[in-house]
Design a protein around this ligand. Structure first.
Ligand SMILES: [Ca+2]
Ligand SMILES: [Ca+2]
Length: 246
């Protein structure tokens, strides 16, 4: 059973949802271990009405219980630390070190965790989708405090995210950082029209400082059949000090 309540984190209002193992989405989570304890303030559960984008689960490119898998070469799915071998997890430090996808203090039940540079292409021609909705940002596992002592990636990494539909750019994040000074940085909402589209491409590059430490992630990446508006939460920074109190 799920419980749902509204919760305010600073100026950020999000849906705070808890979920239990045993639902359909849990079949896609194959975390071997948590290498580091990544702090979070909010959990986002899977949307039972969505078709999710995923990385390794399922039969390409047919949607199944796990989601729609990429149609491009797996060698293009990450720029460091691959291959991607686990759904709904961060890139971690490689196989066996994945964590839950966590961006700006929100832990996502569904998501793609990778490392810049990365490209994911999805064939949408088999479904009747109206919108693609997701949250993009840097995974908090490289933020200060989460990265651990001796890890030089305590600034959270930087990347740029682009979404294209049938060859046309429909979303550009600009430069996204994992932290802003001592503050965590909230994920950026993507909400684009994919009605009648044949292909969706997500491109992640390293920004202006290369790809070092760029543990990039796409949280709750879902295809929706309805045009219902999504609460545009997720653009207000939460403070790292708040996260550390958990
Ligand atoms: Ca962060
Ligand atoms: Ca970078």
């Amino acid at each position: 059973m799920r419980s749902l309540l509204r919760h305010t984190v600073g100026a950020l209002t999000v849906a705070l949802v808890t979920w239990t193992a045993g639902n359909a989405a849990a079949q896609c989570i194959e975390l071997d271990a948590a290498a580091v304890d990544v702090p979070f303030t909010t959990e986002m559960a899977a949307d039972p009405d969505a078709v999710y984008l995923t990385a390794v689960g399922g039969d390409t490119p047919t949607p199944n219980d796990c989601g729609l898998t990429p149609s491009n070469d797996p060698g293009e799915w990450m720029g460091w630390g691959g291959p991607l071998d686990t759904d709904n997890a961060s890139i971690g430090e490689g196989t066996g070190t994945r964590n839950f996808v966590t961006i700006g203090g929100t832990r996502y039940a569904r998501g793609i965790g990778t490392h810049s540079d990365a490209t994911f292409a999805f064939d949408l021609s088999g479904g009747d989708y109206q919108r693609f909705v997701a949250y993009v940002g840097m995974d908090d596992e490289k933020d200060g405090g989460a990265a651990g002592s001796g890890d030089s990636c305590g600034f959270g990494g930087t990347s740029e995210f682009t979404v294209s539909v049938d060859g046309s750019v429909v979303f550009e994040s600009g430069l996204v950082t994992g932290m802003s000074g001592a503050d965590n940085v909230a994920p950026v909402l993507v909400d684009v029209d994919v009605a009648g589209a044949g292909e969706l491409v997500i491109t992640i590059t390293g920004g202006d400082d290369g790809i070092g430490c760029d543990h990039a992630a796409v949280g709750d990446p879902k295809l929706l059949a309805s045009s219902t508006a999504v609460d545009p939460a997720g653009k207000t920074a939460t403070t790292w000090s708040t996260l550390k109190q958990r």
